[in-house]
Design a protein around this ligand. Structure first.
Ligand code: WQD
Length: 345
């Protein structure tokens, strides 16, 4: 691991910035490629502040043909050992409204990154996939051999990219690929200096709760309390973003040592579920703030319960999520209360 040189595509984003911190802590050198469409350059300053080491930056758009050659040249000059690929659009609802935009960004970004890595002779990639690839087809806990059937264009781009990378690894045995299927990333680095900073009104539960707690939003809508779950509200596998980032370092180490070629998928989750009401209660305890909410109708596309079987990652990556729901809430709150307007402060 030590002194590996890693491209982090989308490295200024919520997950990417936490991955950069863990990579620098592990002794790696990182080159971030980011167009800041859904992130802030400030995150890079904060990464260096936290990790005590610099990351290099290439401001470019992997999906823009006008940037392709500049990206290829910079990647080659960086002499990478591999890449973590987190560059892409990621809002489920937006993908339903703008499917062609999602396909025309997420897929070409992947093609450009793969081409740049090949020209740099670095055929190792860890892809930021998503549990959304499973759709609503599997019994919980969900394992990697489960059926895939994403129910939205965002999830379909993730599955398509997984399949593209699998085909690449079959065609060229020099490629080593990990497809990391994230469950629900939440929380922030304990320093409170980097965290989730969504554009506009948050779609996801934790950033919404955090903005209610800090007074940016008046009230949370709980989307349904009539699900067949222990308290009627939706149950998800929330995983601390620092645990998630550590999973990326473990995946790079695993691939760097992997003798056999080919692509492998890993669930990154805790293996246990938390309900919406439990999350609200935990956040109230962590923030000591009230979280006003009202019960609203179910959200289209939501399912009752969804959590991981993480045993393949535990066994093969030697990785396990260690942080509790209380840690997730305390760290998310420290970020949000210290940065009420995210990186815009
Ligand atoms: C969690 C629970 C909602 C908001 C999504 C993406 C998935 C992944 C993680 C990228 C559900 C309830 C939510 C609110 C609510 N992202 N909720 N009020 O839908 O499990 O997964 O984010 O990979 O791809 O699909 O996460 O945080 O939106 O919802 O009651 O204002 O919170 O019904 O039960 P989800 P979420």
């Amino acid at each position: 691991m030590n002194s590996m040189r890693i491209i982090v595509a989308g490295g200024a984003g919520y997950i990417g910035s936490h991955v950069c911190v863990e990579l620098v802590k592990a002794g790696c050198k990182a080159l971030v490629i980011d167009n800041f469409v859904n992130s802030s350059p400030k995150a890079l300053e904060r990464i260096s502040e936290i990790a005590g080491g610099d990351v290099e930056l290439l401001e470019a758009d992997l999906a823009d043909p006008a940037d392709t050659q500049r990206i290829i040249d910079a990647v080659k000059a960086f002499r990478p050992d591999g890449a973590v690929h987190l560059a892409g659009l990621k809002a489920v609802g937006e993908s339903v409204a703008e499917p062609v935009m999602y396909y025309s960004v997420n897929l070409p970004a992947t093609f450009t990154l793969v081409r740049a890595l090949e020209e740099a002779n670095a055929r190792l990639i860890v892809f930021s996939s998503s549990a959304t690839v499973y759709g609503a087809l599997n019994e919980n806990p969900i394992d990697e051999d489960g059926a895939t059937g994403p129910t939205n264009p965002y999830g379909r781009t993730k599955l398509f990219i997984e399949e593209i990378l699998k085909d690449l690894a079959l065609a060229d045995k020099r490629w080593k690929v990990c497809n990391l299927r994230y469950f629900n990333p939440v929380g922030a680095h304990p320093s409170g200096r980097i965290g989730e900073d969504p554009n506009g009104i948050p779609n996801n539960l934790f950033p919404f709760i955090a903005q209610v707690a800090v007074g940016r939003l008046p009230k949370l809508k709980v989307f349904g309390d009539d699900y067949p779950t222990r308290d009627g509200t939706g149950v998800r596998d929330y995983i601390h973003v620092v645990d998630l980032a550590a999973g990326h370092v473990a995946a790079i180490d695993y691939l760097s040592r992997k003798a056999t070629p080919g692509a492998v998928a890993f669930n990154l989750g805790t293996g246990s579920g938390v309900s919406v009401l439990e999350a609200i209660g935990a956040f109230k305890r962590a923030s000591n703030r009230d979280i006003p909410y009202e019960i609203a109708p179910r959200r289209d596309g939501d399912i009752a319960e969804f959590f991981a079987n993480p045993s393949r990652a535990n066994a093969e990556l030697g990785w396990k999520a260690t942080k509790s729901l209380a840690d997730m809430c305390a760290d998310h709150w420290r970020w949000q209360s210290g940065n009420p307007n995210g990186y815009r402060d």
